[in-house]
Write a protein that binds this ligand. Structure first.
Ligand SMILES: N[C@@H](CCC[C@H](N)C(=O)O)C(=O)O
Length: 276
C-alpha cells in the first residue's frame, strides 16, 4: 500500500495526517506503530485518519491512533490540525467545520494566522464514565502509587485524564509517575497524566505524559482537562493561558454544564508518501 500523508504539528505535538477520502487506507495497529516509529518510520505522536462522515449532518469523521497503535477517542491539537488539513487539501472551503470523532461531534472554527478554535464539548466528571474507579464524584481523589498518596483530579474530555498539581513543572516526576499513573488499575482504560503548575488565576504551566505515547510537547485535551480540574478547585478564572513545553493554548471554560473552548496554532511541515 502506498500512502500519501502530510506531517503536521500543534505546538510540537506531531501528527501524520492521512486523507482516507481520496485514497484507500487499511490500517492495523502494527502499521500505525510502523508509521509512528521515529527511527524506522515517519515518526509521530498520533496518526489522524480523515474519512467521510457516517452522520449526514456533519462534514467529516476523523479517527485518532496513538503511536502505540491504540485507537483513541479525542485529540485536541489533532482537531486543530485536522481543520487546517481538510482546507489545505481543498476537501472543504468552510471555516466552521463539524467533525465526528469517537468522543462525539466537535465544532471547529478556522481563524486568522493558522489559529483554530475548537468547541471541545462538556467535560465528563462522573467517575464511571471517565472511566475511573471511585464511589462518588469529587474534586480530587487520593490515589496510591507505590506506597505514596497523590491527590488527582479525574476528567474526561472524551478521553481520560488525571491532573496533579505541582509546585514546579520543570521538577515534576513526569517520567516516573506518568507511566505509573497511566497504567494504574483505578483507570481501567489507562489515562493521560497532566502535571499542572498554577502561576496566576489566568496563567498556568503544564506537562502531559500521554497514554500510548509518553511525554509530548503539548496535549490539547490535557490542557482542557487541567483547566477543568483547576477551575473546579477554585484556582483559576474562566480563561487561562496554559503553557506547555511546545507553546501556549488559550482555554476557556465558564464552569459545569458549559463546553470547553481551546484555541491555538497549527503548522504543516511537509507532504510525503510511504510504502507499507
Ligand atoms: N495529543 C492529544 C491527545 C491524544 C490522545 C491521547 N494520547 C489518549 O490516549 O487519549 C491532544 O492534543 O489532545
Amino acid at each position: 500500500m502506498r500512502l500519501k500523508f502530510t506531517k503536521m504539528h500543534g505546538l510540537g505535538n506531531d501528527f501524520v495526517m492521512v486523507d482516507g477520502i481520496t485514497q484507500r487506507v487499511k490500517l492495523s495497529p502494527e502499521k500505525v506503530r510502523q508509521i509512528a516509529d521515529r527511527h524506522t518510520g515517519i515518526g509521530c505522536d498520533q496518526l489522524l485518519l480523515v474519512e467521510a462522515p457516517r452522520n449526514p449532518d456533519v462534514d467529516f469523521r476523523y479517527r485518532i491512533y496513538n503511536a502505540d497503535g491504540s485507537e483513541v477517542e479525542n485529540c485536541g491539537n489533532g482537531a486543530r490540525c485536522f481543520a487546517r488539513f481538510v482546507r489545505d487539501r481543498r476537501l472543504t472551503s468552510k471555516d466552521q467545520i463539524l467533525v465526528e470523532t469517537a468522543a462525539g461531534i466537535l465544532q471547529l472554527k478556522v481563524q486568522e494566522k493558522e489559529q483554530v478554535s475548537v468547541d471541545m464539548g462538556e467535560p465528563v466528571l462522573q467517575p464511571g464514565e471517565i472511566p475511573f474507579q471511585a464511589d462518588i464524584q469529587a474534586e480530587t481523589y487520593p490515589l496510591e502509587v507505590d506506597g505514596e498518596v497523590y491527590n488527582v483530579g479525574a476528567v474526561s474530555m472524551g478521553n481520560p485524564h488525571a491532573v496533579l498539581l505541582v509546585d514546579d513543572v520543570l521538577k515534576a516526576p513526569v517520567e516516573s509517575l506518568g507511566p505509573a499513573i497511566e497504567c494504574h488499575p483505578r483507570f481501567p482504560a489507562r489515562v493521560n497524566v497532566g502535571f499542572l503548575q498554577i502561576e496566576a488565576r489566568d496563567r498556568a504551566r503544564l506537562r502531559v505524559f500521554e497514554r500510548g505515547v509518553g511525554e509530548t510537547r503539548a496535549c490539547g485535551t490535557g490542557a482542557c482537562a487541567a483547566m477543568v480540574s483547576a477551575r473546579l478547585r477554585g484556582l483559576v478564572d474562566e480563561e487561562v493561558q496554559i503553557t506547555l513545553p511546545g507553546g501556549t493554548l488559550t482555554i476557556h471554560w465558564p464552569g459545569p454544564g458549559e463546553p470547553v473552548t481551546m484555541t491555538g496554532p497549527t503548522a504543516a511541515v511537509y507532504h510525503g508518501q510511504i510504502v507499507l
